[in-house]
Write a protein that binds this ligand. Structure first.
Ligand SMILES: [Zn+2]
Length: 129
């Protein structure tokens, strides 16, 4: 009892909810998993507000297969600003190859945790390039 998963991306929902509150939030971009060759091979949508990334089933972006912590990081999108915050406490996060615990990210930036690279694609950001 209690919970079900949204049909689009598997977000955790109260069983009484008709629509997934994450999926109906305004789309802000995509969180892309890169393979060893730097090629995108899996996408998750990013929405305005806070998105938790980790191996936990309660994360908005739940990725159990890469050895991430239950709550590895958070992406916070407010208007045109996107911030990534390391939740691991072990300083293992890098943004564009530089270790950081909290950083503003722009379209096309590469975030790395646990040896896995992720690319952030943002609709409202102009990007660095
Ligand atoms: Zn959803």
């Amino acid at each position: 009892m209690g919970y079900k998963r949204c049909p689009q991306e598997g977000h955790l929902m109260d069983s009484s909810w008709k629509y997934c509150p994450i999926c109906i939030a305004p789309l802000a971009g995509w969180f892309v998993i890169m393979n060893e060759n730097g090629v995108a091979h899996r996408y998750f949508t990013l929405h305005e507000g806070k998105t938790i990334i980790g191996s936990g089933k309660d994360c908005e972006i739940s990725i159990p297969e890469y050895g991430l912590l239950r709550q590895q990081a958070a992406i916070i999108i407010e208007g045109n600003d996107c911030t990534v915050v390391d939740l691991s406490g072990d300083n293992s996060m890098k943004v564009n190859n530089i270790q950081t615990s909290r950083n503003t990210v722009m379209d096309g930036d590469i975030i790395e945790f646990g040896g896995v690279q992720f690319c952030v694609k943002l609709l409202k950001s102009e990007g660095r390039y």
